[in-house]
Design a protein around this ligand. Sequence first.
Ligand SMILES: [Zn+2]
Ligand SMILES: [Zn+2]
Length: 147
Amino acid sequence: MKRANNQLLSDIKDRLLSYRVIEDTTGCWLFTRAISSNGYGIISFKNKRYSTHRLSAHLFLGLDLESKLYANHKNICPNRRCFNPEHLYIGTHNSNMSDMREKNSCCGICGNKYDGIKVRQNGRIDRKCMNCSRRYIRESQARRKRK
Ligand SMILES: [Zn+2]
Ligand SMILES: [Zn+2]
């Protein structure tokens, strides 16, 4: 039983990491698949859905998924869909106090509603809508390939 569990864990870890794009300026691990309405990555595995940041905290930081503890993003991390364990910490409170402000902001590129990713660039935070995020992720993937 224990062994089966470990196998499951390494399978889901491989899958999680195969959907990762590492953001150059922030070091964020951006999840490139499904994103929930509140901006967190979502991965399905064996008929269960997991938030990617929470799953990552489980895989890399030892968070018990059954516990009431939260996986929070550190201040250094501007992206909810980021699942870099170095950008996460386990806490007793959900630290999403800036939710409202976030929801009402706009994409820095096209001015549409911000619903994608944030990128920290030259000391400022650049918010992008979903479309601009997709393009950004594609471009950074292409950049990596060229390297
Ligand atoms: Zn991050
Ligand atoms: Zn945009």
